[in-house]
Design a protein around this ligand. Structure first.
Ligand SMILES: [Zn+2]
Ligand SMILES: [Zn+2]
Length: 268
């Protein structure tokens, strides 16, 4: 890079939307700040205005968390990083590092600035990271991670749809009045209703994505799915004339209670 020349970042892939994680701020306000977007950014000099030619002068690589970075000189001239003349080797830079774009003073000087995490990845902030013990995501009937999880009320214990459906069938065959005889397989309290739990279903999928060794075989899943009979919310043990009202109340309570239950499970 020649004395007095300025630079631009060559982030072709990210020009339209990648987050800026760092900047090269020139000490001369006549020149533009260079925004660094991609993990490995090549910074090119803007040569003569009449010439479309761009000469690459350095590459800046960020660590995945963008907490540290390295600079590699790509020009035929040396550059000066924090007072040290740098040839072809990559050197560490940190926020505040001074980079002189040539081998001596008089060349344009940039200050490297990492943009604080709280100012980037706005979407990232909306995602809550929760630690969860996978033991709390297991069905007590088959002892595996839930598959197509259903939640029973009022105790709010969770089971695989297939496992609980089989339990329901076995309970029915033991009693003349099947709807009154269903108890929770986990705590033995009377079950009034059961429904598929879509929120816990996403957690079930996330767990299996993270711990693929906990996945069941396709045959086991197919076998379980063939037993699954819980489709819409199913109200048990209520007289018909109360069923509609009960179902409505259950749906209202469900939204509130599951939220508390899920938080409770996660905070244990
Ligand atoms: Zn199960
Ligand atoms: Zn229970």
């Amino acid at each position: 890079m020649e004395t007095g020349q300025s630079s631009r970042s060559n982030d072709r892939d990210n020009d339209d939307g990648g987050d800026v994680w760092a900047k090269l701020v020139p000490n001369d306000s006549r020149y533009d700040t260079v925004e660094i977007r991609s993990q490995d950014s090549v910074v090119c000099s803007e040569t003569m205005k009449s010439s479309p030619e761009k000469i690459c002068w350095c590459e800046i690589s960020g660590s995945p968390d963008h907490e540290s970075a390295r600079i590699r000189n790509l020009s035929s001239n040396a550059i000066i990083v924090d007072g040290t003349v740098v040839g072809e080797e990559a050197v560490d830079i940190k926020s505040g590092s001074e980079i002189i774009s040539g081998p001596e003073k008089g060349y344009l000087t940039y200050t490297f600035q990492v943009i604080p995490t709280q100012n980037r990845d706005v979407d990232e902030k909306k995602k809550l990271k929760i630690s969860l013990d996978v033991e709390h995501a297991k069905c007590c009937i088959c002892l595996n991670i839930w598959h197509d999880v259903v939640t029973v009320a009022p105790c709010l214990h969770n089971f695989c749809n297939g496992c609980f459906s089989q339990w329901l069938r076995r309970s029915s065959t033991r009693s003349h009045d099947p709807q009154k005889s269903v108890v929770c397989p986990q705590c033995r309290s009377i079950v009034h209703s059961v429904g598929r739990n879509h929120f816990l279903h996403t957690i079930e999928e996330d767990i299996l994505q993270t711990f693929s060794s906990l996945k069941r075989s396709d045959e086991e899943i197919a076998q379980l799915d063939s037993c699954a009979s819980i489709k819409p919310n199913l109200v048990l043990g209520m007289k018909r004339k109360y069923q509609e009202r009960g179902l409505h109340q259950f749906q209202v309570m469900k939204a509130v209670m599951w939220s508390f239950h899920v938080l409770n499970v996660m905070l244990k």
